[in-house]
Ligand binder design. Sequence first.
Ligand code: KIV
Length: 285
Amino acid sequence: MAYLKPDKPEKVFVPALREAKEKGEKLVCLTAYDYPTARIVDEAGVDIILVGDSMGNVIHGYGNTIPVTLDEICSATKAVKRGSHRALIISDMPYGSFHTGDDEAVRNALRLMKDGGAEAVKLEGGRNRVGLVKRLVDEEIPVVAHVGLTPQSVHKMGGYRVQAKTADAAKTLIEDAKMLEEAGAFAIVLELVPREVAEIVTNELSISTIGIGAGAACDIQVLVLHDLIGFTFGRQPRFVRQYANVSEVITNAITRWMDDVKTGNYPSEAESYGFPEEARKEMKA
Ligand code: KIV
């Protein structure tokens, strides 16, 4: 298989994000949850890989991110780590892994870094997570914050809707972002917020904004890989631009293989193993 060669082969570390922002250079981030996709994403030159709890939707079929466990994220992170050499690897703190006290949250984040090989963790929440972000950063754990639509709050929010649509809500989100920057987060995900609000946050913060459904002003764009390559089911949100139809490619391959089996075209002699001549003679003797 021929992979595209990244034009920037050096390993991406946390400080590279700030340097890119200062230079006005856009970075890109995609999700991956396993070895082969991590290899493809990394070798294509993507700067950041997020082992996101979106795995709950796209690979486990849970319908939301709530049931995703620390074990699942940790195991996925290990596989992603083995498949990537250049990209910065960020692992999501799943629902329940940082809600029962700061010590427990630190233990869980350390597990993602020590056992999984994560190079940073991401957690959802605004001002209510400021103390925890400070604590994690104090323990040498690089943290990405996540505001706007926070899918782990799906039940509280009552669905997946654009956030910060009123002046008050926008002011609160901007304040939250500033507080999380002050607490030590090195980047912040802005999910499903109006592009004007994302632009203000991007301009007012010195840390990088990672946008998804948040317009073009963000320093970094992130997408769920499965959405980008058309390996999902159902209607996609408006911010998803689908660049391939992998579901169709897989269905075609399976259909052709089934036809070949049923018509006797698979496997051919070249796709099976002959019994050695010597052994055949011995069998007859
Ligand atoms: O879990 C995830 O993939 C995410 C991105 C959508 C930002 O949090």
